[in-house]
Ligand binder design. Structure first.
Ligand SMILES: [Zn+2]
Length: 116
């Protein structure tokens, strides 16, 4: 093992550099860091602080005219709270927005036909 100095470079060049160099050759230049790994704060119950668990649920959209199945829901094991997981909420919002547009345009078409 040869101890050498890491050259100053841009992030892009640094990424390329580490593809072809062994970090253990530069251990004397590295500084220890403290990292905390664990559930993100938003994945805890706001009432009791417990980690929210996942389960899969079906939800109705557009007044029950459509259903999304097996969406991930986060829930407190003590029963304080539940909500859709962020990715499931984004999907539900997107589908509901499309349904709203579709239902409005169908309704408008039907009204136009009735008026004609
Ligand atoms: Zn709770």
């Amino acid at each position: 093992m040869t101890m050498t100095s890491v050259p100053k470079m841009t992030r892009a060049k640094e990424a390329k550099f580490w593809e072809t160099h062994d970090a253990t050759d530069y251990l004397d230049e590295m500084e220890p860091v403290t990292m905390t790994v664990g559930p993100r704060p938003q994945n805890r119950c706001s009432v009791c602080g417990r980690v929210l668990l996942s389960r899969y649920v079906d939800i109705n959209l557009a007044g029950g005219r459509a259903q999304l199945r097996q969406l991930r829901q986060l829930y407190c094991p003590a029963g304080h709270a539940s909500c859709l997981a962020p990715e499931a909420q984004r999907l539900a919002d997107a589908v509901e927005a499309v349904l709203r547009l579709t239902l409005v345009s169908v309704g408008a078409e039907q009204r136009a036909q009735v008026a004609a």
